[in-house]
Design a protein around this ligand. Structure first.
Ligand SMILES: [Zn+2]
Ligand SMILES: [Zn+2]
Length: 254
């Protein structure tokens, strides 16, 4: 499968973008960066978006993606998230104040809803266009769930933001043919207390998580904070585990 990394950072400036991944041009995971890097027609090809949690850096472009849908001749966009995350999204973002509750509006182009919310039960696989999506809770400051995507006999496990966790590793280890794991290392090792306090990983705790992962696939550290990206990169390299990599903003063929 093709993984387009539109944003691989936990902060943004002119050259670094917030979390956003696109698989085979139609399935997105997180929406920090989608519309800002995709043309109108590329956006129209996105059929579904999985949201790990409602922190602003993971949803920044979601309202714009949905908003644009109302002027596109494209099928409804399906937004997937765990039940808890979906409630927070609808209650705090699509609440009629910050943004409209788009699911209640009919597109003038297609005469149908432009967006459909699909709350998921963590641990239970849901099928979307023949692709399996399993939300699995992780440990963050607010309710958050990563997702295991199973497509064409391959799987990728995305944690989204997380501190030390276990459930998603158990599930990942049991999933056949995992070709990549995308997790995070937000802060350098000398900011471990901030990482712990905010439920994120440093290269040190990323290394501890690696020990829980038994699959032989690259494990990517995403969500680096910009000023420390080089430190984090060298600390990841110093773990001396050949699976440990930093995630770059580029296209991966897996
Ligand atoms: Zn984040
Ligand atoms: Zn977060």
């Amino acid at each position: 499968m093709r993984l387009k990394v539109l944003g691989a950072y936990g902060a943004s400036d002119a050259e670094h973008n917030l979390t956003g991944y696109l698989i085979d041009d139609w399935l997105a995971v997180d929406a920090g960066t989608l519309t800002s890097k995709l043309s109108f027609s590329q956006q129209a090809r996105i059929q579904a978006v999985f949201i790990t949690h409602p922190h602003a850096d993971h949803i920044r472009d979601l309202p714009h993606l949905i908003h644009n849908r109302f002027s596109q001749n494209a099928g409804a966009l399906t937004v997937f998230a765990s039940k808890e995350v979906m409630e927070l999204l609808v209650g705090n973002v699509f609440n009629g104040i910050v943004w409209p509750d788009f699911a209640k509006l009919i597109s003038p182009i297609t005469k149908a809803p432009a967006v459909i919310y699909r709350p998921m039960t963590p641990g239970k696989k849901v099928m979307c266009n023949g692709v399996g999506l399993t939300a699995v809770n992780v440990h963050h400051l607010i309710p958050a769930a990563g997702v295991i995507v199973e497509m064409n006999g391959q799987a990728i496990s995305f944690t989204g933001d997380t501190g030390p966790t276990s459930e998603i590793w158990k599930r990942t280890n049991k999933t056949p043919n995992v070709v990549a794991v995308v997790t995070e290392a937000s802060f350098p090792n000398d900011q471990q207390s901030l990482a712990d306090e905010t439920a994120h990983l440093s290269p040190n705790t990323f290394g501890d998580e690696l020990k829980k992962i038994t699959v032989d696939a690259p494990v990517y550290a995403s969500h680096r904070k910009i000023p420390f990206e080089r430190d984090i990169e060298s600390q990841i390299r110093n773990l001396r585990d050949r699976r440990a990599r930093v995630l770059l903003e580029k296209n991966y063929t897996l």
